[in-house]
Design a protein around this ligand. Structure first.
Ligand SMILES: [Zn+2]
Length: 575
């Protein structure tokens, strides 16, 4: 009996020691009715959208409410990304995130401004581990909706993440954000692809794309043709969801594909990690995106694609037809509310073999780069390095150069194929022919299809022979020089009386290497200027706690670009 009691006591202690997850009943982050302008995991450039965007009627300043009790665990302020953002940890092991704020509540504003003044930096990312520093209650106003960071129109970006691994979750399928939606997904077009093989390396190729139309309960390709295909074959669907009384486009939540009623491919976008979000470039048919701006989700999972959203994929989603009969492909697409759209079409194996397959390639022109190996390519003017798993599939790597154009100090190097996605940054080193004094103003530039050059930065090796940058895309690169300092423009007249104003603004811009540092001083003291990269503006909110009211003040703004060209503006104003 005694022993049993001890065991029970022991079990009780164990039970008490393991923190029980506390149930949390979330409220809405806004007091207005919920209307989305973006849903969870909809497809963006190089990433899946990590939350939902909630409309605020286009008006800056809507009150934002803590969705549950908790404490502020992070405050991030940036001219890019989430702009001004608040993170709240809740006792259920989840974190709510609020992005693109116009401003914070008084308590949070004071806290973060003290950090900004201490570090003399607008840009700060403050983590707070102590729950007693900034506790919040459910329904407390934490800030105001805005348009800060990479936002193009006032809205709230809202997320619920798992605190321990920061994995964002789908708040609509979890019913945390309630959306009334009876509109099924809409299919724009579909596509059939094959893999051409050269030697042992395969290259994706679009065989046919087709518009689709509704026929009874299902969607079919226009003309209802049977697609003649080469082995192996896979499929793409370009679709969006819509919601009632809402003009925004949304992403598809989950999809299952069948051949002759047997499922061979499925995915669900209810959560993903930030580490894997760039695999979106393999989730879609990347070449169709960059060439034709169509986002086909493909049923093929490449070897180097480690996205965790796939379910029960057979043979990487590749279909091999062994007979010449017609086969039926069906794709079931679902939105976040479970509304379903079905696409049906027929395929059959072509009579001839794929004419693009061949077992020869010119080793002078191509070098095989394998997805799971690192890759090096060097000659006297250039070095290219890919670490392992930079590619999703093996590729035939190409390197071409053209003549040196005016304004550039190397040939234009075309590295790889711009229609092949890169998962990791590629290290490129270029050897420019340029006078020594210009070297400190040099940057590597990416040259787009229209010939426009944009800086990707650059650092010199020890001998100052090669300039190096890590770049995110294959394409055309060269070296240019930025010797023009940034511009700084006052949005008011020098000496102006600003006493009726709440803030003052200057606009800053740079021609090539981009704004690197920006600092504003009032009466020779560092002052907090909010930098908004998209409007190129620096804004100081008059603060009677820091500058004396009713007198003349000296303003100084110093801006430096990525090549250390510096500009200074001096002015006076009355406030
Ligand atoms: Zn968003």
């Amino acid at each position: 009996m005694r022993k049993l009691l001890n065991v029970l006591l022991f079990l009780f202690i164990i039970h008490a020691a393991v923190a029980q997850p506390v149930e949390v009943d979330y409220r809405k982050p806004l007091n207005t009715s919920i209307s989305l302008s973006a849903n969870f995991a909809e497809m963006r450039s190089n990433h899946f959208h990590s939350g939902v965007d909630l409309k605020v009627g286009g008006v800056v300043g809507a009150k934002l409410y803590a969705v549950a009790d908790g404490y502020i665990s992070r405050i991030n302020v940036s001219p890019f990304g989430y702009g001004k953002a608040v993170y709240i940890n809740h006792p259920n092991g989840e974190t709510s995130v609020y992005g693109h704020l116009d401003g914070f509540n008084e308590k949070i504003r004071k806290y973060i401004e003290a950090v900004q003044y201490k570090l003399q930096s607008f840009r700060v990312d403050e983590t707070i581990d102590d729950p007693d520093v900034l506790p919040v209650k459910k329904g407390e106003v934490i800030g105001f909706a805005g348009n800060s960071g990479s936002s193009f129109g006032a809205h709230l970006h809202f997320e619920i993440r798992k605190t321990h691994n920061q994995v964002p979750t789908n708040v609509v399928t979890r019913d945390i954000i309630r959306v009334m939606d009876n509109v099924p997904p809409n299919i724009h077009s579909m596509a059939v692809f094959t893999l051409d093989s050269t030697f042992s390396i395969t290259t994706p190729r679009l065989l046919k794309s087709a518009k689709v139309m509704k026929k009874g309960d299902v969607w079919v390709p226009e003309g209802n043709t049977t697609f003649e295909v080469y082995n192996p074959v896979y499929f793409g669907v370009y679709a969006n969801d819509y919601q009632p009384n809402n003009r925004s486009k949304f992403g598809i939540n989950h999809m299952t594909a069948y051949i002759d009623s047997v499922a061979f491919f499925a995915y669900t976008l209810d959560e993903f990690t930030f580490e894997e979000t760039r695999y979106i470039n393999s989730f879609i048919a990347y070449e169709e995106l960059v060439k034709n701006n169509r986002s086909y989700v493909k049923t093929f999972v490449e070897d180097g694609n480690r996205l965790s959203v796939y379910k029960n994929v057979v043979n990487n989603g590749l279909i091999v037809l062994n007979d010449t009969l017609e086969h039926t492909v069906r794709m079931d697409l679902f939105d976040d509310s479970g509304n379903k759209t079905v696409l049906v079409f027929k395929v059959k194996k072509a009579k001839e073999l794929n004419p693009h397959n061949n077992n020869l390639f010119d080793p002078e022109k191509f070098r095989p780069a394998l997805w799971n190996m690192h890759f090096n390519c060097e000659n006297e003017g250039i070095k290219v390095y890919l670490s392992e798993e930079s590619l999703y599939s093996n590729m035939l790597f190409t390197l071409d150069s053209s003549a040196v154009n005016t304004g550039f100090y190397t040939p234009v190097w075309t590295i790889g194929n711009f229609a092949t996605p890169l998962h990791k940054h590629m290290a490129i080193s270029l050897k420019p022919d340029m006078p020594e004094p210009l070297k400190k103003r040099a940057v590597i530039v990416r040259i787009n299809a229209n010939g426009k050059a944009s800086s990707v930065g650059g650092t010199w090796d020890e001998e100052k022979n090669f300039i190096m940058a890590n770049v995110a895309e294959f394409g055309s690169y060269s070296v240019a020089v930025d010797s023009i300092p940034p511009t700084i423009k006052l949005a008011f007249k020098k000496g102006a009386d600003m006493r009726v104003h709440k803030s003052l603004t200057v606009t800053i811009a740079d021609n090539l290497s981009g704004i690197d540092t920006y600092n504003g001083y009032i009466d020779d003291e560092w002052a907090l200027f909010d930098y908004d990269a998209k409007t190129r503006s620096l804004t100081y909110r008059f603060d009677a706690a820091r500058i004396k009211k009713g007198q003349r003040h000296r303003l100084k703004v110093v801006v430096e670009d990525g090549c250390k060209n510096s500009a200074t503006l001096d002015a006076e104003f009355i406030w």
